[in-house]
Design a protein around this ligand. Structure first.
Ligand code: FES
Length: 117
């Protein structure tokens, strides 16, 4: 589970856990929003962010490389390697653009993303 779940009003059932690649991301569409969902198998953690990279407005973050920056799980955009915290969405390069992050949970083998509506 990642990020705060206090404000979640809808848990969107995405897909079985087995549909997600280990240590990689998948692009999921919820209404008009594209969400990048990441399965960090090494740590046993899941994360979700907007799929839109704010740098050049590319829908591409689900294809980013996940890793760790001093203990903070991060994703690096495949286009120009800007990196973002998967916990807070903070831009770890010190730029202003941040990502929206969403809570993720896995229950009975299914992955859910939390939204507050
Ligand atoms: S488009 Fe993502 S870093 Fe440039």
């Amino acid at each position: 589970m990642s990020t705060n779940t206090d404000k979640v009003s809808v848990w969107f059932k995405v897909a079985p856990e087995s549909d997600f690649p280990n240590n990689g991301g998948v692009n999921v569409k919820y209404k008009d929003t594209q969400i990048a969902v990441f399965n960090n198998k090494r740590k046993g953690e899941w994360y979700a962010t907007q799929n839109l990279c704010p740098h050049k407005k590319e829908m591409i973050l689900s294809r980013g490389i996940i890793g760790d920056a001093s203990g903070v799980p991060k994703v690096a955009c495949p286009m120009h390697k800007k990196t973002f915290s998967l916990l807070t969405g903070e831009n770890l390069n010190g730029d202003e653009e941040t990502l929206k992050v969403y809570p993720v949970k896995v229950e009975d083998g299914f992955v859910y993303i939390g939204f507050s509506e």
